[in-house]
Design a protein around this ligand. Structure first.
Ligand code: ATP
Ligand code: MG
Length: 405
């Protein structure tokens, strides 16, 4: 089919007034960014729909990009014809032939914003239904759940037809909720948490703790490669590598083994929060899941969360591991996440961390460290890069390992 435009129906747009304006403005910006490689598109955001005039571009190439844009409920590639019934008949038949089986059930669903057009919606439905049945007698009309629906829109500038309604990514336009810092490890959970944050409109920057020489370049490359998997939803993502080895060495040499994990996590959260403030973020997002490991019991969360009052969003907190894995596979992060490169937590993991640490003890032990000095030295050595669509960080070794898994 030679489609002429794509019509976008907005996602969760229950809000009115200013919020609606913000939503549409933000979505317009994100759609424009997602489609920047195409020449000649005209994007027209309206109150209740957005129209993209293709001007000769291939509809399916545009659709492939639109599928990653949050804030879109669904969209349809449409054919525009002049406002005469001959042209409408011709286009309707071509669409049905292209998308319906010979014996399919169908119905016609007309909307009309141009009330000066000769036929009203009912008359249009009857006329087109009759025409199609005459041309394709093996079809039959069915009002409830037909195989194919022919949608027709009579507008001032022409008549638009489609038989497709393609599900969009749902959610809210990225950035409409502000910005948050995603604590990205090399594991399965945190990339999934990042996906869900983006889906609710939170723009994310990655905060990744690394501990050379204890952690390898591969571990860092893996975290960056994971970042590339979330880039299609936003265009580019800032990646902040935070040196963590000195802090871990200090904790290990001065504090009791059973509190290593709790105190390390307190430092991670403190650093993430300082970076958030510097970068103008409003929240912290992580991949914690209640009860999954020692650091993720509610008691642990109490002892760790103590260092900040900033909202911490935990999108996967109540999900089972299998549910998280399903999403990781869907967003194509799973195969990377299971690559066996130790990250900074694994390297300094105590043999038996406290599953129920006490907040008072955590605070007490920590006083034996130069908390501010350690934080400052780490913040002085942040490595900030921008991860973009076509970036790659895996080297051949890693690809080989990945192919063996
Ligand atoms: P994940 O699969 O996300 O790594 P996990 O099951 O391995 O999670 P933990 O290692 O206990 O769980 O980490 C819990 C959360 O703490 C992670 O989801 C992540 O948000 C954060 N985190 C852990 N390690 C790092 C790191 N090296 N850099 C940044 N954030 C981290
Ligand atoms: Mg982890």
């Amino acid at each position: 089919m030679q489609y002429t435009e794509i019509m976008i129906r907005y996602g969760e747009l229950s809000t009115k007034g200013r919020n609606r304006k913000d939503f549409i403005g933000r979505l317009n910006g994100n759609v424009t960014k997602a489609l920047h490689e195409f020449n000649n598109l005209t994007i027209r955001p309206k109150h209740d729909r957005m129209h993209i005039e293709l001007n000769g571009n291939d509809a399916y190439e545009v659709i492939a990009r639109l599928k990653n844009v949050f804030g879109i409920q669904n969209f349809s590639p449409m054919v525009k014809v002049a406002k005469n019934m001959d042209d409408v008949h011709h286009a309707a038949l071509a669409l049905i032939q292209a998308t319906a089986d010979k014996n399919a059930s169908f119905k016609v669903n007309t909307r009309r914003s141009d009330h000066s057009f000769a036929l009203d919606t009912n008359e249009m439905n009857l006329d087109l239904g009759g025409y199609l049945l005459k041309r394709m007698p093996t079809l039959h009309v069915q009002m409830k759940q037909p195989d194919v629906t022919l949608y027709v829109e009579v507008r001032k500038e022409g008549i638009f037809l489609t038989t497709e309604k393609i599900p969009g990514a749902g959610g809210m336009p990225v950035g409409s909720a502000g910005k948050g810092m995603l604590m990205l490890s090399g594991g399965i959970d945190s990339p999934v948490a990042g996906y869900y944050a983006l889906k609710r409109g939170i723009d994310i920057e990655m905060v990744h703790f690394f501990s050379p020489p204890y952690t390898s370049d591969n571990a860092l490359a893996k975290a960056k490669e994971l970042t590339t998997k979330l880039v299609p939803y936003v265009g580019s993502i800032t990646f902040i590598a935070v040196p963590f080895a000195e802090i871990q060495e200090e904790i290990k040499s001065k504090l009791p083994e059973s509190y290593l994990m709790t105190i390390q996590r307190r430092f991670m959260l403190r650093l993430a929060d300082r970076i958030r403030a510097i970068r103008g973020g409003l929240a912290i997002i992580n991949g914690e899941s209640v009860g999954q490991v020692a650091s993720q019991t509610l008691e642990s969360m109490v002892a760790i969360n103590d260092v900040t009052a900033t909202p911490i969003i935990r999108p996967v907190a109540t999900m089972d591991k299998n549910e998280i894995i399903d999403v990781a596979k869907k967003i194509d992060t799973y195969d990377l996440s299971i690559l066996p490169f130790a990250d900074s937590c694994t390297v300094f993991a105590p043999k038996s961390p406290k599953t129920k640490p006490s907040l008072e003890k955590a605070r007490y032990y920590e006083q034996q460290l130069d908390v501010e000095g350690l934080i400052k030295r780490s913040l002085d050595n942040l490595q900030i890069t921008e991860v973009k669509a076509n970036d790659h960080f895996l080297n051949n070794d890693m690809e080989e390992i990945a192919s063996l898994l």
